[in-house]
Design a protein around this ligand. Structure first.
Ligand code: ATP
Ligand code: MG
Length: 252
């Protein structure tokens, strides 16, 4: 059985979705069977893979709230071995609707159970909050990947996130591990270098070797609905996510 990795940080704009889309595509390019679950009502992972989020017949909401099987929801992408469970703003309602439901933190886990054998990697792109939707991601996952932006407040909020992971492990999902911390948006400045050094000192081997540079190509690719490797394979961003994919495969 493959890994189910929640990409989470309640801080907004740190590179969760960019990582979810591009790492998924790079692993699919390496022949792995990959599923990306868009767990964010913003639907950025969905549109980043070229899907019109407001035109889909079914979305993750239908699985979480109405028990529609994921195999009826998974949409194809431009790569044969990369599927996506799309989301859109309808999912925002789930935060409220799930509260009343039985096993409300386990809805995503239950949905994934039927299909997880068909994938080597399942990535879950979490929204920037620690609410019930993200909790569903953490309960479904075997590992958490935490992107941290290389800026002054990088570590802010991290202890709260690590505490949440610990609570989930103690109560709802004993199998949950910290898969790793990913440094994103690195620039060749003293500040970025200082942040990298601090984070490596604090978190040691939990930090991936690969560091993702700030690269404008990475921010352009989503508007073309393409992962970076289909937009500009030679860019520094593409090379970085290919390196991260290699690092993950070699660690497995
Ligand atoms: P949210 O919390 O809103 O879901 P997020 O953590 O998913 O945000 P992204 O959407 O991946 O973050 O990135 C935030 C913005 O920064 C986007 O405009 C994205 O294109 C841009 N971005 C992400 N990573 C990089 C990078 N390495 N270089 C340049 N721009 C980047
Ligand atoms: Mg996002």
């Amino acid at each position: 059985m493959g890994d189910i990795i929640a990409i989470a940080n309640q801080k907004g704009g740190v590179g969760k979705t960019t990582t979810a889309v591009n790492l998924s595509a790079c692993l699919a390019a390496a022949g792995r069977r990959v599923l990306l679950v868009d767990l964010d009502p913003q639907g950025n992972a969905t549109s980043g893979l070229g899907i019109d989020k407001n035109a889909v017949t079914h979305s993750l909401y239908d699985a979480l709230v109405d028990d529609v099987p994921l195999r009826d929801i998974i949409a194809p992408t431009l790569m044969e071995n990369l599927g996506i469970v799309p989301s859109n703003k309808q999912l925002a309602g789930a935060n409220v609707e799930l509260v009343e439901m039985e096993e409300r933190e386990h809805r995503l886990r239950r949905s994934l159970h039927e299909i997880k054998e068909s994938y080597d990697y399942i990535f879950v792109d979490c929204p920037p909050s620690l609410g019930l939707i993200t909790l569903n991601g953490l309960v479904a996952a075997t590992g958490v990947m935490i992107p941290l932006q290389c800026e002054y407040y990088a570590l802010e909020g991290l202890s709260e996130l690590l505490q949440t992971i610990k609570l989930v492990r103690d109560g709802l999902n004993p199998a949950l591990q910290l898969h790793g911390v990913l440094l994103t948006m690195y620039q060749h400045t003293n500040l970025s270098e200082q942040v990298v050094a601090d984070v490596r000192t604090h978190l040691g081997e939990k930090v991936y070797e690969t560091v993702i540079p700030r690269n404008v190509t990475l921010s352009e690719a989503p508007s073309f609905g393409k992962p970076i490797i289909f937009y500009d394979l030679k860019s520094a961003g593409a090379r970085a996510y290919l390196a991260l994919a290699r690092e993950m495969v070699s660690r497995a």
